[in-house]
Design a protein around this ligand. Structure first.
Ligand code: UDP
Length: 412
């Protein structure tokens, strides 16, 4: 048995005031032929990072529309998660070695987890590279339809990592990528479905929060609500470039001397690099107490993330690679235009000059963030367009509908 994740109940009808009747009815009719279907989602962590965030909503909504959906997390020791983090980095293009020993560790834990996978399912959705060997090592016994879902930016992978993983993922009869550019060599395109991630507008992280409440929460962490606040919410990970965000802030500080910077990140259970990178970020910030670097051990949970995104005068996402970037969606949904790097899934969300700005460098990031700080009317207007774009494209109901369409097409 893998580790089963408990999820709280959610009800599709509660989304009606946000997305409208047509969307709800379409979902109900897509779900009808799938009632009672057994669905298993498998990934490597129930907390921290975008996949966990998505499954905490998608699984209960699948249940609410009549599917028998569950979520299980694979087991592994540090040696496994060190390898899978290296794979994550390698697949996003980092130049690092991939040794035979690392490959053996990945295979060993995938074999073990395959042995522990119990039950019979109609659909098994395996998320990301960590458990990608499950289909191979079970021989496909437990599921009628297997789907591999890639959440990372594999547009420019280190070939050693891609060539190792590709044969395992090519065994899946269906694959989901966020963008066409992420489909690497060896993957038959006709089996690929393009589905972008989404956020839950009703989660404590995304429900509307009064500004006074947001200010009161951020002031508990030492921020002065009278001064301007720049925010990046992200795991402490080289691809999220928190050091680059500090460099941007320093360039802006000459123009806005009281500017404050919040770097907010959670420590995901499957991310052993988090603490090291957190230390590097703290060192880079040095003695500047207008920069505060916080994570879940400081009590920063969903409500606090909501507060930082709501209280922010400007939100940045200076990633160097980004599968999609739910944090961008979350900020856009709160009516904040985002200054984000022109990488991965960020340009899907930021329409340059309309819902935020796409940038290529520290200088450009600082310039656009300053522009938004100095032009609150423009910022407000762009924020309204941003929220509407998320409402139409990036809310959980759309994600649910896409999965139901995919399942429906497989059974027919
Ligand atoms: N997150 C959080 N607390 C933090 C930092 C991140 O809850 O301190 C959440 C964030 O709100 C988002 C998810 O973790 O929902 C990160 O997803 P994203 O797609 O942005 O990046 P990933 O971590 O999957 O690379």
């Amino acid at each position: 048995m893998l580790n089963r994740v408990d999820v709280t109940e959610k009800h599709l009808k509660d989304y009606w005031p946000i997305v409208g009747e047509r969307v709800i009815e379409e979902i109900l009719s897509l779900a009808k032929p799938l009632r009672g279907a057994h669905v298993l989602h498998v990934n490597s962590t129930s907390f921290g990072g975008g996949v966990a965030e998505i499954l905490h909503t998608l699984v209960p909504l699948m249940r609410d529309v009549g599917l028998n959906a569950e979520w299980q997390v694979i087991k592994g020791k540090d040696e496994f998660f060190n390898v899978t983090k290296a794979m994550h980095n390698g697949l996003q293009g980092m130049s690092i070695p991939f040794t035979d020993e690392m490959m053996d560790i990945w295979k060993h834990y995938n074999r073990l987890n395959a042995k522990n996978l119990e039950g019979e399912y109609d659909f098994i959705v395996v998320h990301d590279p960590q458990p990608a060997g499950l289909l191979h090592f079970t021989g496909g016994e437990n599921g009628k339809w297997w789907i591999w879902r890639c959440h990372i930016d594999t547009s420019n992978p280190n070939a050693d990592f891609w060539n190792f993983l590709a044969p395992y993922i090519a065994e899946y009869p269906s694959l989901i990528f966020t963008m066409r550019q992420y489909i690497g060599p060896g993957i038959p395109e006709e089996r690929v479905h393009l589905i972008a991630p989404t956020i839950d507008p009703l989660s404590p992280k995304n429900v509307p929060m009064p500004l006074e409440e947001a200010h009161s929460i951020v002031s508990r962490y030492g921020f002065d609500p009278r001064n301007r606040l720049m925010v990046q919410v992200s795991r402490f990970d080289p691809w999220k470039d928190p050091l680059g965000v500090i460099d941007c802030y320093r360039k802006m500080k000459h123009e806005v001397p009281k500017l404050q910077l919040a770097l907010v990140g959670s420590m995901a259970a499957d991310d052993p690099e988090g603490w090291d990178y957190y230390d590097r970020t703290v060192r880079h910030a040095g003695e500047d107490y207008d920069i505060r670097i916080l994570h879940n051990f400081h009590g920063v949970g969903n409500r606090e993330v909501n507060a930082f995104q709501t209280a922010a005068d400007v939100v940045v996402q200076k990633s160097l690679r980004e599968g999609f970037g739910l944090v961008v969606t979350e900020a856009l949904w709160k009516g904040k235009p985002v200054v984000g790097s022109n990488v991965g899934g960020i340009p899907l969300q930021i329409i340059n000059g309309e819902t935020g700005f796409l940038v290529e460098s520290v200088e450009e990031c600082a310039g656009k963030a300053l522009f938004l700080l100095q032009n609150p009317d423009v910022s407000k207007r762009m924020g309204e367009a941003a929220r509407e774009r998320v409402r139409r494209n990036y809310l959980s109901t759309r994600h649910l509908a896409d999965y139901l369409k995919l399942f429906g097409s497989l059974i027919s």
